[in-house]
Write a protein that binds this ligand. Sequence first.
Ligand code: ADP
Ligand code: MG
Length: 696
Amino acid sequence: MTNRPPAHPLDAPLSALRGVGAERLAQLARLKLHTTGDLLLHRPRRYEDRTRLRPIADLALGQPAAARGKIVALGTKRWRGGSKSVFEFILEDGTARLHCRWWNLPFMEKYFHPGDEVLVYGRPVSLKPRTLDHPETEMVEVGEENFIHLNRIVPIYPLTEGLPQRWLRALVWRVLETYEAQIVEPRPGLIGSPACGPASSSKKPEAPSLPSRADAIHLIHFPEQMSDVELARQRLALDEFLELQLELQRRRQTLRANARGLPCAGDNHLIKPFLKQLGFPLTAAQTKVLREIRRDLGGPQPMRRLLQGDVGAGKTVVAACTALMALESGFNAALMVPTEVLAAQHIETFRHWFGPLSIPMELRTGGRKTSNIQHPTSDVERGGLGHSPTGNRQPATGNTLFIGTHALIEGAFAPDNLGLVIIDEQHKFGVAQREQLVRKGCYPHLLVMTATPIPRTLGLTLYGDLDISVIDQLPAGRGRIKTFVRAADKLPKVFEFIRGKLQEGRQAYVVYPRVEESDQGEIKAVTRERAKLEKEFAPFQVGLLHGRLGPEEKERVMAAFRANRVHVLVATSIIEVGLDLPNATVMLIENAEQFGLAQLHQLRGRVGRGAHESYCVLVADIKTAEARQRLKVLEETTDGFRIAEADLKLRGPGELLGHQQSGLPPFRFGDLSQDGSLIERARRLARQVGDTAEKT
Ligand code: ADP
Ligand code: MG
């Protein structure tokens, strides 16, 4: 084996460093630190300002602080035959004494000796005597390296068992000394001055000037002052965001270079009659969005567009018109949705809309592989379609609308002549699934729709490779939704209220969002609740809908609810996406405290779809003021964007995007909930890079 030098000094393995043996290497590997570069990006979890350590006498109850002193006494107390113990040492710094205790960790004893100088960090649990339980400790050793560990702001790193803080800090210091000069700007001249992109010429306040990458990496470990840390973090976060934006831009350019847009703008011969029989005029927002889409569909590159619109904004009609444009142009179109229930609803809606236009449709879900919903042109069949192993044939007109779940991205489905892919409720799918479906065709146009109002920051990050259209207006004539938060003991009153609405002829949802569709026990629980509610609301009919039901059963329940033969629908959060029943005006959500605001907003969006006044009651276990405060956001606003912003702040992006969202790289330094302006800056910078690349 030849030992080729690594491509870049920062790719050097840590094993090449002096003093890093096998045991340390294994420990570092557990922290995913393999190269000098990894080590330099190992982010401290906090910092300790050792230029002004607090005298022990000044420690305050409950306030985390660091102190330094000499061990004057130590010992271990054992009881219950030695199964319980407490190890304690007493630290003295000339101002007072501090007791440091460890429960049931008797081996701590062997690390400390009388006379040792120790730094401790913790939260005093008592002041009489002054006591820390399980503090972090660091030995002060006499030696030349004390300038690294003392009298400065020091980094405290995430560790793994057996790896001393002090050793790791010294290693980082050493690596910095050797390699700092080799840290280069990824894009020289791009960052480091506030002037970046067109925004700097506007009147907006200038972006703060950030340190060079090398300085940032130095300062993230060894800041001169605490404020250096945030600037360094921002610089490194900006690099991460820029990397992502450049990647998204590359994807776009690849698409531009390789793909010619299929001519799908249509000629109105289907849309005209469709709009005529629709029964309502499109809103201005819908029309505006459709104009954008039509431009894309007739353009030289395949459309890559995200359609954002709050729940109830009317995205389905836009999807229908978009599909019609492709169908008019002689192409097939596919519409993918996350659940079978939603697929069934869409089929219902589209049958109603497209039936009069004699447009063939096919449903593809996991439950029923294929069924021809409508097939008026089946007299002209195309023979020998190799990729149709199930034996079902496609109509020869070449303009079928396929509607389905993820079954659409599975192997067998490969329609000829796929011109357009629409993905509804995009947040339920990962980026990978989106790509998979698009690959089924020859660069078809792509429209992804989301009801999750994604804050701009996240939108730019997640969908930087998509153009964004927003339906920013609800159809007129909608009833309002009143939202109430109630404690669980108010349930009888809530039921009484619901019964009143049922007597007026309305329908209601009762949702137990806690129920995981995978969990048998929880299914039992929701089945029990349904029995309870049946008694509660008799003689009104109560139906049950959850993910474990077979597709026929699901359809049966939904059909009964739609026909108003079932008046109360008990459901899991399966109904969160897309259901559209104007006569259902009450939404009761139990255990609401367990859910993200954005998800609750989605659930609430199932009501308020007709002209009647609608109600959403959030029954929650609200013991803490904080939980109450959180849900109050929903009482105060129905503005999905405000709610999403609040959710992002409170719970971070994972909640907002759902668990299946897989397109995001992990950020070490970037923080989506606060770095909006950095992400915008990264996007501008990426454009700048793109422009220069194009000129050369
Ligand atoms: P979402 O954007 O949440 O998917 P839908 O597409 O389900 O919303 O639309 C909600 C309801 O509003 C549907 O019943 C739909 O037919 C109706 N709708 C859509 N556009 C309009 C409009 N321009 N005027 C009146 N009703 C509309
Ligand atoms: Mg929808």
